[in-house]
Design a protein around this ligand. Structure first.
Ligand SMILES: NC(=O)c1ccc[n+]([C@@H]2O[C@H](COP(=O)([O-])OP(=O)(O)OC[C@H]3O[C@@H](n4cnc5c(N)ncnc54)[C@H](OP(=O)(O)O)[C@@H]3O)[C@@H](O)[C@H]2O)c1
Length: 340
């Protein structure tokens, strides 16, 4: 291929509170040479995810902090355009942690060829990728939903939440979503088959609204957001209720720990359980989970949406907009066209 410059987005500063444009920097660098055993990937789609906000803090967590002045890490679907690695051929569409950049040189470690069947390759970052696996593995394992039970999902119109709610419907549950716009509420009920949904930005009375939408109480709660929505759910838990703590996005930009009501006694009263999880703990189940998700997508039982922002330079904006709830379904950034 003719040599071009690589453009990449680096983290320029650790955000304080909600991130801003100056926390990122767009730089142009030469594309590194491809050595024996390596290949060059041209990015097609990159993923912006809530966990990236946590990595921007200088705090040790389950992943190392994002380094300053280095390319922003993140999942990418791209195409191999040059290869000196016998396992990866020119034209292969691959998934890897190539980061927010147009080109990446890889040795193939933790890279896989994308197999999404009839679904487009972008789904390897969404419904058939990490978010879909998070929904499938975390929800089924921790919530163990039974037909007829009431399931509440927060962050319900997002990449993970929309899959959780639809799986709960497939399992015969009554499903109630919590999301941040009327358009999302309409989408959940009209397009995804949720039984009911609430716009948490239209009311301060989360407890009262959940009471109205969950007259038989709540058996399972899949929590993507934390904060006062989760507090309100605690008040409606049924006996032997199960809560899966997947994410706490309402807290990710907080500069101080919020003080909330202390509700753990509810777990005693209801003999309920709360369990946090990380998708990677289920790695041994990924193959089977992906197959099931793929089958449901193909049969039309599992629907998905993607919100696509064009252009590498707009990746920070796409990230901010995802944090602000602009996305229905998976938020992606399109970097280039696939060649086929
Ligand atoms: N445990 C794991 O292994 C794992 C893996 C993947 C993701 N996660 C977590 O799962 C959650 C969802 O991730 P995702 O990739 O599917 O993102 P997403 O739901 O597609 O996008 C984030 C959504 O969060 C909502 N949100 C933002 N601020 C909020 C607030 N203060 N209160 C309530 N909702 C708020 C917004 O929707 P609204 O319009 O509804 O506000 C926004 O669309 C995140 O918390 C993420 O960290 C965990």
């Amino acid at each position: 291929m003719s040599r071009k410059t690589n453009r990449q987005i680096q983290l320029a500063a650790r955000p304080e509170g909600f991130p801003k444009g100056t926390d990122f920097r767009l730089v142009e660098l030469p594309i590194p040479p491809v050595a024996a055993g390596q290949f060059l990937v041209r990015s097609i789609f990159l993923s912006v995810d809530p966990y990236m906000r946590g990595r921007m803090n200088d705090r040790k967590s389950y992943v190392e902090p994002q380094e300053i002045d280095r390319v922003m890490g993140g999942g990418v679907v791209g195409e191999v355009v040059e290869s000196q690695n016998e396992k990866f051929n020119v034209g292969d569409v691959v998934l890897g942690m190539f980061g927010w950049q147009e080109y990446a040189v890889s040795d193939g470690k933790e890279v896989r060829v994308v197999k999404t069947g009839a679904a487009p390759s972008s789904t390897a970052l969404g419904v058939l990728g990490m978010p879909g696996l998070t929904a499938y593995c975390g929800f089924l394992d921790i919530c163990n939903p039974q037909a007829g039970e009431t399931v509440v999902v927060s962050g319900a119109a997002g990449a993970v939440g929309s899959v959780v709610g639809q799986i709960a419907k497939i399992k015969g549950c009554r499903v109630v979503g919590v999301a941040g716009t009327d358009a999302k509420v309409a989408h959940l009920v009209n397009d995804l088959g949720f039984d009911a949904a609430m716009n948490y930005k239209n009311t301060d009375d989360y407890y009262g609204k959940l009471k109205e939408l969950c007259p038989a109480g709540i058996d399972c709660y899949f929590d993507n957001v934390g904060g006062p929505i989760t507090d309100a759910v605690f008040g409606h838990l049924n006996e032997k209720g199960r809560i899966a703590i997947c994410g706490q996005i309402s807290q990710y930009n907080a500069q101080q720990l919020e003080k909330g009501p202390r509700l753990l006694w509810k777990l005693i009263e209801k003999q309920a359980k709360v369990e946090g999880f990380l998708v990677f703990q289920y790695v041994s189940q990924f193959r089977a989970a992906k197959q099931q998700l793929s089958d449901w997508v193909e049969s039309g039982e599992l629907k998905y949406r993607e919100r696509i922002v064009e252009g590498l330079e707009n990746a920070p904006r796409a990230f901010f907009e995802m944090l602000q709830g602009e996305n229905i379904g998976k938020q992606l950034v399109k970097i280039s066209e696939p060649s086929v």
